[in-house]
Design a protein around this ligand. Structure first.
Ligand SMILES: [Zn+2]
Length: 278
């Protein structure tokens, strides 16, 4: 590797950089009805991660989110099988309040697995502010856990106004706005800029030219998190979005690893966050 070449050149040539680990904080896993996801097993995902230099993926299994009686077992099993590659969000489905209570109550038995919670409100059709989500929010708030939300512009379940309510009510929960309120990029960036506990996330920025620049210019690159919805999308789609955006290499490093390392530090052993050459 010729390190005198630019960050861009090296990434395009080699597909990964030793001095730039990647942390993907928005992942899923497993097949899903109606979708062709050719690399959705843990083994295939580990291989895909190696190609792009992804050090750690934080995910929530499709079965957990879509099949309540499966609950969080696939998350727990996978992380315990591949502890050097994965951590999980405890998936919450407020259509099943009893299960939410069980998931929250058993969270501490899986501290080696979880870094926080995942809510998929547009799919579950219950607002993030609904009292049925409160046990998860309260635990996240009490312990500074991460909460990965699916957020979407104009949504009555997880749009910007509802994120604002949660950020206000639970100021110690670290809120990752998955999809950054897609289409309402300015509002998402404004929330991340205003609230210390709110972060933008990249998945779906490819839909709009200029979205990365809006997030970085308005929120600051310290408030933007790398995520891909893997195995839905290729890591290089989103690494490419950062390489092609009008932002600095320092911004890219913040988004690809520095912010994630800071957020994960309380929950993950330091050796998983090590960055030897950066
Ligand atoms: Zn997702």
């Amino acid at each position: 590797m010729n390190t005198t070449d630019s960050f861009h050149e090296r990434f395009f040539r080699d597909g990964r950089l030793d001095d730039c680990p990647v942390f993907d904080l928005h992942g899923h896993m497993g097949p899903l009805q109606g979708a062709h996801l050719p690399r959705c097993t843990p083994e295939a995902m580990v291989a895909a991660m190696a190609r792009a230099g992804v050090r750690l993926t934080v995910f929530c299994h499709h079965d957990t989110l879509m099949t309540p009686d499966v609950a969080n077992h696939p998350n727990v099993e996978t992380v315990r099988r591949y502890p050097d590659h994965f951590r999980a969000y405890c998936g919450i489905n407020p259509n099943y309040p009893e299960q939410v209570r069980l998931d929250v109550d058993s969270f501490d038995q899986h501290r080696d697995v979880y870094v926080g919670f995942k809510m998929l409100a547009d799919y579950h059709q219950i607002p993030i502010t609904d009292p049925r989500n409160a046990p998860a929010w309260e635990k996240a708030n009490a312990e500074g856990l991460l909460v990965l939300l699916h957020t979407w512009g104009g949504s009555r379940f997880d749009g910007p106004a509802l994120v604002r309510e949660c950020a206000t009510d639970y100021p110690n929960a670290q809120i990752l706005m998955g999809h950054s309120c897609h289409g309402q990029w300015q509002e998402a960036a404004g929330l991340a800029q205003e609230f210390p506990n709110v972060y933008c996330e990249l998945t779906a920025v490819l839909d709009d030219r200029g979205a990365v620049e809006i997030l970085v210019n308005e929120a600051g690159s310290e408030k933007v998190i790398f995520g891909t919805d893997t195995p839905w999308f290729n890591h290089h789609n989103y690494i490419g979005a950062l390489l092609g955006a009008e932002i600095t290499d320092d911004d890219r490093r913040n988004i690809l690893y520095a912010n994630a390392r800071r957020l994960l530090a309380p929950f993950v052993p330091p050796e998983l966050l090590e960055c030897r050459n950066c």
